[in-house]
Design a protein around this ligand. Structure first.
Ligand code: ZN
Length: 243
């Protein structure tokens, strides 16, 4: 993917220059001592993998020289991204005891609205955004980085609990799952069925822009919606598939 499509646009150029003017030296630590050479790279400590909050959180940035970035960061990043992947698509999830409806689609597709219409009070709704917002209001000013990880851990705990669930009639699991293989993996792990809300990009953008809860996050969400559509196998026919 070209760097520009991952969010490295002019806004990033500016943010990066400001950050490096304030922290001009490489902060990579070897044997308890920071490298200290002139920094030319702003690195994401926790790999953002397209997560816009992680991408723009300056608490997740670190100035590095080119040498430290290429020779030393690689192995760390490799380990970090493996952990991030394991969080996003966790192991050890057994098939659900109750029926599961896996609601997939880009930001702005109307996943939460779909669940609101189709669920009843005895259903369990598992929605990463809701979990993260709840943790955020409890945590106050805790760093976003740990919040995302915590919210994924909590989501995964709920998914694991489905194998023994005696409390709910059904589960609605909301996940954007841009990759068709990921959707199939979720279905295989949990059982149940997929509801794919492949809302056309223009409509997603319109909804994102008119939703006051998304105020301040519109551009990031639109980028994510665009990225979701880019991952669909061609020809990406808009469709609304309900089983
Ligand atoms: Zn260095």
């Amino acid at each position: 993917m070209p760097a520009r499509e991952r969010g490295y646009d002019s806004r990033w150029d500016k943010a990066r220059a400001t950050f490096l003017s304030r922290r001009p030296h490489c902060e990579f630590v070897v044997d308890g001592k920071a490298c200290g050479k002139p920094a030319t790279i702003v690195d994401h400590v926790v790999p953002h993998r397209g997560d816009q909050e992680l991408f723009w959180d300056s608490g997740n940035w670190m100035p590095l020289c080119a040498h430290c970035h290429s020779s030393r960061k690689q192995s760390l990043e490799h380990r970090g991204s493996a952990a991030a992947r394991a969080r996003a698509m966790p192991f050890g999830i057994r098939p659900s005891r109750i029926p599961v409806i896996i609601v997939c689609g880009p930001p702005g597709a109307g996943k939460a609205a779909y669940v609101e219409i189709h669920s009843n009070p005895r259903d369990l709704v598992i929605d990463f955004d809701v979990i993260r917002d709840r943790l955020a209001s409890q945590a106050g000013r805790n760093p976003v980085t740990s919040l995302t990880a915590k919210a994924l851990d909590e989501r995964n705990r709920l998914l694991r609990s489905l194998a023994d669930d005696h409390l709910h009639d059904r589960c609605f699991f909301i996940v954007s799952a841009a990759d068709p293989e990921d959707r199939e993996t979720w279905r295989r792990k949990l059982g149940g069925r997929i509801v794919l809300l492949a809302t056309p990009l223009e409509e997603c953008i319109r909804r994102i822009q008119s939703d006051p809860r998304r105020y301040g996050k519109e551009n990031q969400l639109i980028d994510l919606a665009r990225a979701w559509w880019e991952r669909q196998p061609a020809p990406a026919q808009p469709l609304r598939q309900e089983a």
